[in-house]
Design a binder for this molecule. Structure first.
Ligand SMILES: Cc1cc2nc3c(=O)[nH]c(=O)nc-3n(C[C@H](O)[C@H](O)[C@H](O)COP(=O)(O)OP(=O)(O)OC[C@H]3O[C@@H](n4cnc5c(N)ncnc54)[C@H](O)[C@@H]3O)c2cc1C
Length: 515
């Protein structure tokens, strides 16, 4: 038996440090039997330095690896994220906006409120938007309120939340925790060669041309470079640009007017002529970026749209090329890819970091005991990860196919049936007769986008589902109660939650109670 004890992670970005922390925390205490996690990062290749919106999974990840939420807020310039506001995606008008919050609709596990909400709004000229009818979080966000108070413990929530953070500071924060608390070995070196065994496993890595490191499992976190999974293991990349057209990003940092300016507690995503602009509020600055299709507009025009968004004549932005797609497999022999090396889709729903968390957790939980069983674990990992990428593609494309915009080739091309995955076409047909819900096919454990997410986007973007009134009779009273309870909860939380910046200042000064 060849035991798996030496884990080598290559890359010191968000993927590398999160993966190292998650594996080291899960296997803490095994050092005496020779278990080790080593992270190698280059001093010459910078990290991508963007990626500032997370999913609520990050709360359990941080808690599981043993970091203090207070310290995370203080050291990573972190803020609360309670969802995303999508502006100008449906009609392109200034008043066109909807929320994708992080809270589930009221009573979601037992009652589907969609048909009741549709029925209620059927004959009304101005409908109450779906999000506000079923959940308080859109109103909380619009009022600029935090998802909890200072008397709630670390990671505890009144309203479900994720984070906005400074990616550079987050990597440093994780590195310190990994090295000081979790015994992760840190080496700064360039991997210059990958040596394989006769059977195609990675045997060792050559560092800086003259040193070597051996290992049992190698984790590729080298970002778009994909040094191990791409170059060494020759796993092909599956391009998705025929579905998702955005291939370039321009990123800038925008200062606040003053230190007391409100901090948005949601990501703002504003559709443009050939893409969209993200706007993420951190305590000390905003991170703003334009994601667009270079097939549809020039860099200069994209820059002008970004400048107009932030109210300037011109901007000096960092340009990042994006390659939409993922590896055909993610774990081959004794090499597994996590992070940008595994794949990337435009950051419209912040799906990259959550994929890192889920992949690293799966590796940590199912870490094969010996090489003899590694291929079985790899097969399962590949199936799960491929399923997740497929779901991400569908969900991102959903935002583009529901639009009523026809004002540019970009929006028109997005409606070309050949660019829409068959599975999504089928679901849209199904959903025109019955809305997605809890018992729909989104039933995998740790589904990235549950049926609730589909509901918020579909009905936020005015999708029409036919309702048969006689099917609602059994649940009508209960649904009415849930909708009323939501109105009461919205009012109560609107009065009791603090302003977002005020809570962050308190966390910096006093800290949250530890759990
Ligand atoms: C424009 C944009 C916006 C994004 N926004 C979001 C978002 O809001 N939410 C979200 O979840 N995700 C987002 N992402 C994705 C997110 O940034 C990444 O998933 C995340 O930062 C992980 O990157 P990484 O660690 O895989 O790669 P990187 O940060 O690129 O790190 C690669 C590491 O590999 C090392 N390396 C490379 N070659 C070698 C070598 N030869 N030897 C040793 N080390 C080497 C480098 O030194 C570096 O440490 C965004 C991405 C882009 C492009």
């Amino acid at each position: 038996m060849k035991p798996i004890k030496k884990i080598v992670v290559v890359g010191g970005g968000t993927a590398g440090w999160l993966t190292a922390c998650i594996i080291a925390a899960r296997h803490k205490g095994r050092e005496a039997s020779g278990f080790s996690v080593t992270l190698i990062e280059s001093a010459n290749t910078p990290t991508i330095g963007v990626g500032e919106g997370t999913w609520p999974t990050m709360r359990s990840t941080l808690s599981r690896i043993g970091v203090s939420e207070t310290e995370f807020f203080r050291q990573c310039d972190a803020a609360f994220k309670q969802g995303a506001l999508f502006s100008r995606w449906t009609t392109g008008q200034a008043s066109d906006a909807y929320f994708h919050p992080l809270m589930l609709p009221q009573g979601f596990s037992h009652t589907n409120l969609v048909p009741h909400w549709l029925q209620q709004n059927l004959h009304k000229s101005s409908e109450q938007n779906f999000c506000d009818a079923v959940c308080p979080q859109g109103v909380i966000c619009q009022k600029g309120l935090a998802p909890k108070t200072i008397s709630h413990a670390e990671f505890e929530a009144v309203a479900n939340y994720a984070y906005h953070l400074d990616a550079g500071k987050f990597a440093v924060f994780l590195q310190q925790h990994a090295c000081k608390q979790l015994n992760v070995q840190h080496r700064i070196a360039d991997v210059t060669q990958v040596k394989l065994t006769d059977s195609g496993d990675i045997d060792r890595l050559v560092l800086n041309g003259d040193q070597e490191i051996a290992g049992d499992l190698f984790i590729d976190c080298t970002g778009f470079r994909a040094l191990l999974i791409g170059d060494a293991m020759q796993v092909p990349f599956k391009d998705c640009k025929d579905i998702l057209f955005c291939d370039t990003a321009l990123a800038v940092q925008v200062p606040y007017e003053n230190e007391f300016s409100p901090i948005a507690t949601h990501t703002i995503s504003t559709a443009q002529s050939a893409g969209w602009i993200w706007d993420i509020g951190l305590p000390t600055r905003r991170g703003v970026g334009h994601v667009y299709s270079s097939q549809h507009i020039s860099d200069e025009q994209a820059e002008r749209e970004l400048a107009a968004y932030i109210g300037k004549d011109s901007v000096s932005a960092r340009k990042i090329k994006i390659r939409a797609g993922h590896r055909e497999t993610f774990w081959k022999n004794n090499c597994v890819a996590v992070g940008l090396s595994a794949g990337f889709m435009e950051p419209l729903e912040a799906s990259a970091i959550v994929m890192i968390e889920l992949s690293a957790k799966l590796i940590a939980e199912q870490l094969p005991v010996c090489r003899e069983v590694m291929d079985i674990v790899a097969k399962r990992f590949n199936a799960t990860t491929l399923y997740r990428w497929g779901r991400i593609i569908d969900f991102l494309k959903l935002h583009y196919v529901l639009t009523q915009r026809r004002d540019s080739d970009f929006w028109r091309d997005n409606l070309d049936p050949s660019s829409i995955p068959d599975r999504l076409k089928e679901l849209l047909l199904l959903w025109s007769y019955q809305s997605p819900w809890f018992h729909d096919e989104f039933n995998q454990v740790e589904e990235i986008f549950p049926a609730a997410s589909y509901q918020y986007v579909l009905y936020g973007m005015k999708f029409k589902t036919q309702v048969e009134a006689d099917t609602l009779q059994n649940t009508a009273k209960y649904a009415e109660r849930l909708l009323r309870e939501n109105r009461n909860l919205t009012e109560k939380l609107g009065l009791s939650l603090p302003y977002h910046r005020d809570l962050i200042m308190k966390i910096h000064e006093r800290g949250l109670q530890t759990v």
